[in-house]
Write a protein of this length. Structure first.
Length: 309
């Protein structure tokens, strides 16, 4: 009897937003679809511009290009199925599909967090060690750091993937979310729950906390260097080279901490899902806009491209 119960769950029901129905669900669907398409187009423009414009052939823009690529992959892992859940006002997903989405979401999230720390390190080198910057941050190191961000995420999450593939489920098959996030997915398991909770804690430290600490350390040295510049114009010019990245980091970690540090129960669950939409859908749209609007070289390239056309 017990064994039979453990194998009864073969799929999950993603509730999405049960309180949003009818025309409100249609409006939410259209809004997210439009933002999704806009974000993909803008990120594609950034990727292409950095590839074809020699003015943007530098480490900072190479990392921005890779960040746009990661953001596009991140969106595509979650948003298409999210739209299906919203349109149907709740939809099922197989256990294998849920495991795959959880794994890919975690891998891309890991790559994104570590790339943000790499970008902070790049700004640290450019501002604190300008004379040695090009010698240190050469093309080989740039490519190695990006490969590290991706490969590290895939390898690190393999242990979690093995755990997830061995889970057995009984009882409820309902996930009160619009995608398969790791924590609520694990809560439905009848087996290996403690091991996975410890795994999630360790992953949170490695994926979120460690890169954030590296970002903070990098910017401590950056601010010390900036405040050491005698002229006001020099300080402003130097700060402008890292202000876009700093803005993106604050937005990124602000929403991330809200999602994973605020207890998701009762009334806070709806707030948690709304913040998740900000993190998954809205922030990837704002990031390339921030880099484009706040960066003079990127603005010049865009203006020249539009003028040429």
């Amino acid at each position: 009897m017990n064994n039979r119960n453990l194998t009864t769950v073969i799929e999950f029901l993603l509730l999405g937003f049960p309180e949003i129905t009818g025309y409100k669900a249609v409006v939410l669907f259209i809004a997210i679809l439009v933002i999704y398409i806009m974000t993909l187009v803008i990120n594609l423009v950034v990727i292409v511009l950095v590839s074809i414009r020699t003015q943007l052939h530098s480490a900072m823009y190479f990392f921005l290009q890779q960040f746009s690529l990661i953001e596009s992959v991140f969106l595509t892992v979650v948003v298409p199925n999210m739209l299906r859940v919203i349109w149907l006002e709740g939809a099922t997903i197989s256990i294998a599909g849920c495991i795959f989405q959880t794994y890919m979401y975690s891998v891309v999230g890991c790559a994104e967090c570590h790339l943000l720390s790499v970008m902070a390190y790049d700004r640290y080198l450019a501002i604190c060690h300008p004379l040695h910057y090009h010698a240190i941050m050469n093309t080989r190191l740039q490519h190695s750091l990006v490969i590290y961000c991706w490969v590290f995420g895939f390898l690190l999450l393999l242990i979690t993937l093995v755990f997830l593939s061995k889970l057995q489920f009984c009882g409820s098959h309902v996930i009160d979310h619009f995608f398969c996030d790791l924590a609520p997915f694990v809560e439905l398991s009848c087996t290996l729950k403690l091991a996975l909770q410890l795994d999630i804690l360790l992953l949170s430290i490695i994926i979120i906390a460690l890169p954030f600490v590296l970002v903070i350390i990098s910017y401590i040295y950056v601010f010390i260097t900036i405040f050491g510049i005698s002229s006001t114009s020099g300080r402003k010019k130097t700060f402008s080279t890292c202000s876009s990245h700093l803005t993106v980091v604050i937005m990124y970690y602000g929403t991330l901490v809200t999602i994973y540090m605020v207890p998701a129960n009762g009334g806070t669950l709806t707030i948690n899902k709304l913040v998740s939409i900000l993190y998954i859908v809205v922030t990837p749209l704002l990031n390339p806009l921030i880099y484009s609007l706040r960066n003079q070289e990127m603005r010049v390239v865009l203006v020249n491209l539009l003028s040429f056309r």
